[in-house]
Design a protein around this ligand. Structure first.
Ligand code: A2P
Length: 279
């Protein structure tokens, strides 16, 4: 396993297991620099969203990196507001324009919207069939959302991107996705901005043993679990450090000790508790 390692999605498309996420990166210099540093560090998978309002800077950074577009896997997401207002196609075109590309590698429904998932999925399926999106998927879907979607779908989602990290290990949801051929992907893989995950005593002990940081141990745990992961940082040294994951291995006992850190349902304020949301 290395930074170039990919996972084959259910349609044969390969996605780099480690990507770079830009949630909460400010549009402009902050996002631009972060993406340039990430590409320099060797990441070839960038994850953004229309709701993050930084697609333009992501597009600028990719274009000005000089790296061939085909070598970079780009994910963006269809936001709730565009689903509610029936603007899915226009939103897709706008994302392409801001990202300065004529196709997406992966397009996700950002959040399930009651009564609108089947309609949005049909639109994504049509764009997928036209070749303008290489793979389509969902985000923040719980088991029931997925099951309902799959019943009427012609294309099974390639990915379900959910909050996933050692304090919210999502074992049941990930297993459900895998059973259906849907690749689980982690957002807030380091526990998110302002989170306490990286101070966890168990992670610290394991990190010390391997001469690694708690962030590196966390990302390694995700990769060893077969989870696609997209850490965010605006600091160059952290962006680089978060790729240094391939010269150590967590034992089965360490993997279990980390999985056992699960605190679901999550403490409020940290992230996503599906039970609290009426889908
Ligand atoms: P920053 O952008 O200031 O580096 P997630 O990917 O789970 O959303 O987590 C991102 C959070 O973790 C951000 O607050 C980011 O802050 C921080 N972070 C990213 N990489 C590291 C690292 N290697 N060590 C410590 N904190 C990190």
């Amino acid at each position: 396993m290395d930074l170039k390692t990919t996972k084959k999605l259910n349609n044969g498309i390969e996605i780099p297991m480690l990507g770079f996420g830009v949630f909460q990166c400010k549009d402009g210099e902050e996002t631009y620099n972060a993406v340039r540093w990430a590409l320099e560090a060797g990441y070839r998978h960038i994850d953004t969203a229309s709701a993050y309002r930084n697609e333009k800077s992501v597009g600028d950074a990719i274009r000005q990196s000089g790296i061939n577009r085909k070598e970079i896997f780009i994910t963006t997401k269809l936001k709730i507001e565009d689903i509610r207002t029936g603007m899915q196609v226009q939103a897709f075109e706008k994302s392409l324009q801001l990202l300065q590309t004529d196709y997406l590698d992966l397009y996700l429904i950002h959040w399930p919207v009651p009564g609108k998932n089947a309609e949005s999925w049909k639109i994504l399926e049509d764009l997928y069939k036209s070749g303008r999106i290489k793979s389509v998927g969902v985000s923040n879907f719980v088991e029931t959302n997925i099951d309902k979607l799959v019943v009427g779908a012609k294309v099974v989602p390639a990915v379900n991107q959910v909050e996933l990290h050692p304090h919210l290990s999502q074992s049941a949801l990930a297993a459900h996705c895998v059973k259906l051929g849907i690749a689980p992907e982690a957002w807030s893989p380091l526990g998110g901005t302002g989170g306490t995950l990286l101070d966890d005593a168990v992670l610290q002990k394991i990190a010390k043993k391997h001469g690694k940081s708690t962030a590196q141990v966390t990302l390694r745990w995700e990769l060893q679990n077969g989870i696609i992961t997209i850490p965010k940082s605006t600091h160059k040294e952290r962006i680089i450090a978060n790729t240094d994951l391939y010269n150590f291995e967590l034992s089965a006992a360490e993997m279990k000790a980390i999985t056992d850190l699960d605190q679901s349902p999550l403490p409020t304020g940290m992230g996503w508790d599906p039970k609290s949301i009426a889908f």
